[in-house]
Design a protein around this ligand. Structure first.
Ligand code: FMN
Length: 173
């Protein structure tokens, strides 16, 4: 009740980085494995397709969250934060998450309905992040205003992978 009461969007972020344990907790809350023996996650997904991947844009580089191993896999070295969105704060906030849906995982789904499932599945992850951030006194905002093509290039996405939403996280300013 307290976390939901405190959930809100913020657009002012301190540039201080988060401790790795905090980042790990944030990602687990977002879409970590909560039933490892079943391979199931904190966020639901249509038909359990698990189509959403979380890319993590940090000061030092871009990573892909591996929920199974609870690890960050390096994608690109360097500071790509300024490419994470059109709003000024994305370039200085310590964490930008990008939710990417892989349409290839949506077996037997009609093409026209894939973007709807992708949006719904990404939104559940984003809400998990909102509620975690409320509980941990972190600032957060989900964002649709991203240059999807530019981000796809930076994240090295395949043709079946689609950027759905981004979310900025950090300490409040
Ligand atoms: C799908 C979606 C896209 C959004 N895109 C942006 C965005 O690009 N930039 C932004 O600053 N906020 C964005 N927001 C945040 C909304 O502006 C915010 O949730 C709304 O104003 C309500 O405020 P609250 O989250 O504090 O309740 C988005 C929210 C949603 C659900």
């Amino acid at each position: 009740m307290q976390a939901l009461n405190d959930r809100k969007s913020s657009r002012e972020f301190d540039d201080k980085t988060l401790p790795l344990q905090e980042l790990s907790d944030l990602l687990w809350a977002a879409d970590g494995l909560n039933r490892p023996t079943e391979g199931k996650h904190t966020a639901p997904s249509a038909s359990n397709w698990q189509d959403i991947d979380i890319y993590v844009i940090l000061v030092e580089g871009v990573y892909l969250y591996d929920a199974t191993l609870s690890q960050l896999k390096p994608v690109a070295a360097g500071d790509f934060r300024a490419s994470a969105g059109s709003q000024d704060f994305v370039a200085t906030a310590p964490i930008n998450l990008v939710f990417v849906s892989d349409y290839a995982r949506m077996k037997n789904a009609k093409e026209e309905i894939k973007p709807i499932y992708a949006a719904a599945d990404a939104a559940f992850v984003a809400e998990n992040v909102y509620v975690y951030c409320a509980s941990a006194d972190l600032a957060v905002v989900v964002r649709a205003s991203v240059d999807k093509e530019k981000l796809a290039g930076i994240l090295l996405l395949s043709p079946t992978q689609n950027v759905v939403l981004a979310q900025t996280v950090g300490y409040p300013k």
